[in-house]
Design a protein around this ligand. Structure first.
Ligand SMILES: Cc1cc2nc3c(=O)[nH]c(=O)nc-3n(C[C@H](O)[C@H](O)[C@H](O)COP(=O)(O)OP(=O)(O)OC[C@H]3O[C@@H](n4cnc5c(N)ncnc54)[C@H](O)[C@@H]3O)c2cc1C
Length: 571
């Protein structure tokens, strides 16, 4: 790389470098700083300071030039980002714009990204469920991917560690399929959701219906007040950044906490180009960084490196980290790097109506839904597809004034618009997909971004298993709603592209055997142990749960392992 300023070396040395300041990188920084390590947190995007940099957080609809909706020109120039439900006039500044960060789609893939301090932690929908034993045992039992090198018991204490700090609301439901955690008080179901719950559970002995668990402070504890966070106000304006700190983001929680230790250096606008491998020391010694604005190249050095750039960017950085020892990317002796990507199948949804009580309503904008943990293929293989899906549903009342079929002026109309409409039900799936060798990412051999970094080529698609699983959800979901007394049941396959789920995982998978995996059970590269990968790239399979809680728990576990190993001089 040109322009490397070696004179900067003394100031550029740290105990630990963390690449990426999103959900997982924030956790790496927090844990490493708390363990007393001088830590450099590198972030390619701009700084976003909690509260100060949430420009739309308290704006009313009428304060926006387009009342919160995006002008056609922005939609047309961002066909990928625009497909994400959260991309609006109020939040677009936290989304990557299509033209600014291109990638190559060998198959259609909607890569939704947030390049800023905090990453997608500002944008996420905050649904958080633990994995169960069924998920960690899945690949070994069903013969796909490779066996996970850890089991539920290995990660359970780290789930507790993370939940305590983040603040997760939920009930203790006592389910084997969805283990309980350290919960704040749960959100509640409304009257129709409860009725549907009752009828589904009385019709199906193998199915459970619970209120969703999410990273919102329903009743802050001392640890949350110490972070400067307060109670969730149920505004449902979360993607703008929450001035109350009502939901968990790196910006409101882990980064300021790490900063308070005095051990953190946060460097925004710093694009990590690659990891530097020292042939003589046989270890990684630092990272090459390009300043996003000046294009100046700088190198930073450290004893350990955490790669948390989010699944596909982590793959990109490792693929781009070539050396004599690793000509095909760091740790990639077997060509596995970038392969076995998986995601969540969100294609199926169902709408229906319900003759619910017209004198009942609900309070606030609840930030979670009713959910059903996976009930397919749990104890044995029983369908024509592998694995299963989680189900979410909500019951809401149609828009105020929906009941008007008379004149649209006058006293009668005014009367009508003071009443909410009928009860509607919406149900959706979150299906597991099987990681496959041909669902992969690689570097473009000829196209580069404006900083000279090769573009990522993404080749990820659905398979027959995904289609069979989708069909099953549509049949089962419609049947459940029918048995629950719903009417006008309509099923739909959105056919949405992989990627729009924003739950992509894999490419740097964990495993027991260095010949068939990239990372060991502590998330260290088998062949370069001072490099840890703890974002979604490390995942061996995807489960049916929302993934970020597991990324956080794996990160906290690995960071504490790294700090202890450093102290014992073992890496
Ligand atoms: C609308 C939406 C809804 C979602 N809902 C949920 C949900 O309900 N539950 C759930 O579990 N998950 C949800 N997710 C997914 C969740 O946001 C991600 O799983 C999570 O943010 C991943 O954490 P991460 O640290 O891997 O990546 P990110 O949070 O994306 O952070 C990665 C960071 O790395 C930086 N970076 C990338 N490349 C480089 C580089 N070369 N150099 C330096 N920095 C770099 C990025 O700028 C970014 O800040 C949702 C996401 C979105 C957008």
């Amino acid at each position: 790389m040109a322009n490397v300023n070696f004179n900067e070396l003394p100031n550029n040395a740290f105990d630990a470098i963390v690449i990426g300041s999103g959900i997982s990188g924030g956790w790496a920084a927090k844990e490493l700083c708390e363990q007393g390590l001088k830590t450099l947190l590198l972030e390619r995007g701009k700084d976003v300071v909690h509260i100060k940099d949430y420009p739309t957080a308290t704006m009313n609809p009428w304060d926006f030039p387009h009342r919160g909706r995006l002008p056609l020109q922005i939609k047309e120039s961002n066909p990928i980002a625009e497909r994400c439900y959260a991309f609006s006039e109020a939040s677009e500044h936290f989304f990557v714009k299509d033209a600014e960060h291109p990638y190559v789609q060998d198959k259609p893939f909607d890569w939704i990204r947030g390049y800023q301090v905090g990453g997608k932690s500002l944008l996420w929908a905050r649904q958080t469920q633990r994995w169960s034993k069924f998920d960690f045992e899945g690949p070994a039992r069903d013969g796909f991917a490779v066996d996970w090198p850890i089991r539920y018991e290995d990660i359970a204490p780290w789930y507790s560690h993370v939940e305590h700090f983040v603040g997760i609301s939920g009930n203790h439901d006592g389910l084997e399929t969805l283990p309980d955690g350290e919960f704040l008080p749960a959100w509640t179901m409304n009257v129709v959701e409860k009725e549907i719950q009752k009828r589904i559970m009385s019709n199906y002995s193998d199915r459970n219906v619970i209120i969703g668990r999410c990273a919102h402070l329903t009743q802050p504890k001392e640890i949350h007040l110490q972070q400067g966070r307060g109670q969730c106000q149920a505004r449902s304006l979360c993607e703008r950044g929450c001035p109350f700190g009502g939901y968990f983001s790196s910006n409101s929680s882990t980064i300021p906490w790490a900063s308070k230790t005095g051990k953190l250096t946060l460097r925004p606008d710093s694009i990590v180009h690659s990891i530097i491998y020292d042939e003589s020391k046989q270890r990684a010694i630092g990272v090459r960084v390009i300043d996003a604005h000046t294009n100046k190249a700088v190198e930073y050095f450290s004893k350990i490196i955490f790669v948390n750039a989010s699944t596909l960017n982590t793959n990109l950085i490792l693929l781009n980290s070539t050396s004599k020892r690793f000509p095909d990317g760091l740790g990639n002796d077997h060509g596995l790097l970038g392969k076995y990507i998986a995601f969540h199948n969100y294609r199926g949804s169902i709408t229906a109506s319900f003759d619910g009580p017209m004198d009942k309503y609900y309070y606030g904008r609840r930030p979670t839904a009713v959910m059903m943990p996976n009930f397919r293929n749990l104890y044995k293989q029983e369908t024509d597809f592998l694995r299963g899906y989680m189900v979410f549903y909500t019951a809401t009342r149609a828009a105020w004034g929906h009941n008007t079929d008379g004149p649209t002026v006058g006293a009668g109309f005014k009367e009508a618009i003071s009443e909410p409409g009928q009860w509607n039900v919406f149900m959706m799936m979150q299906g597991e997909t099987i990681p496959k060798v041909n669902n992969m990412v690689q570097l473009s051999s000829n196209l580069k971004d404006k900083w000279g970094i090769p573009l990522l080529r993404i080749s990820v698609g659905y398979d027959d298993n995904d289609v069979r699983l989708l069909k099953d959800f549509l049949i089962q979901g419609a049947e459940m709603l029918d048995k629950a007394g719903c009417k006008n049941i309509i099923t739909a396959d959105s056919g949405q592209n992989p990627g729009l789920d924003i739950h992509e995982i894999g490419g740097v998978r964990m495993g027991k055997d260095p010949k068939t995996s990239m990372l060991n059970k502590w998330n260290q590269l088998h062949t370069c142990k001072n490099v840890y990968v703890t974002d979604g790239a490390c995942m061996t399979s995807t489960g049916t749960q929302n993934p970020s809680l597991t990324f956080m728990a794996l990160t906290a576990r690995a960071a504490n392992h790294a700090a202890a190993a450093l102290q014992r001089d073992e890496i």
